[in-house]
Design a protein. Sequence first.
Length: 229
Amino acid sequence: MYREPVRISLENFADRYMEYAKTNKRSWLRDEQLLKPLKEFFRIERQLAEITPPEIEGYKLWRRKQVSGATVNRELALLKHMFNLAIDWDLYLGSNPLRKVKFFQEVNTGFRVLKPDEETRLLRNATPAIQDVVLYALNTGSRIGEIFSLRWQNVDLDRGLINVFSPKTQKTRVVPIASKVVAVGKLAGAATNLLHLAPKCSSSNRHCSKLAANSQNTLELKTEEWVSG
C-alpha cells in the first residue's frame, strides 16, 4: 500500500525531539548543543525526507575541518537516533539514511592520569569556583554529571566514603574520601562556590551553565545565556 511521504522540516522535528529529550534524557543539554551544527549545515527549513546519505557524508567532511572525529561521531549518532524516532513515530518513511554512513574511527588511547605539573597548571588557570570542582574530580575520578547529582545522603564522613551515583550508567560505586577532597569544604565547596557563578544573561547564542542547590540539597544544572561582549 502506497503511503505519501510525510513533510516535516528539520526544525519542526528537532523541536519535537527536544521535547522528548527533556522528558526522557538527563543529557538533553548535550543534545541541544549537538543539534546546532546539524541545523546550520542542513538548514532548519529542510525536509527530513530530503536528507540523503551523500549529503550526510558532506556534513562529515565539513564538520571534520572544525572539530575532532569523535565529536562528529556524537553528532551523527544523535542524527541517527532522531531518524529512528521519526520512523517509530511515522514521520519518516524508508530506512534510516545513517545506516549507509560510516562513522570516523576512534582511537582509544587508554587511561591517563594528569602529571603533577599538569594538575598545577589546570588549577592555576581555573577560576576559584571551578578550582574546587576540578580538585574534587581529580581526587574522586567523578564525571561532571556525578558531581552535579551529589547528595549529602551519599556521603559517609565517619567511614570516609562517597557513594557516587552515575546518571549515565544508573549505577553507584564507592569512592574513598581523599584528604584533599575533605579540604574542599567537606564536599560542599563545589556546590557553594558554583552558586557564585552568576553571569548576566541575555539572548546571546553563547551558553553557560551554573549549579543551584534545591531544598533537598540536590545539585541541578541550570542553563543561561552569556551576555555578548
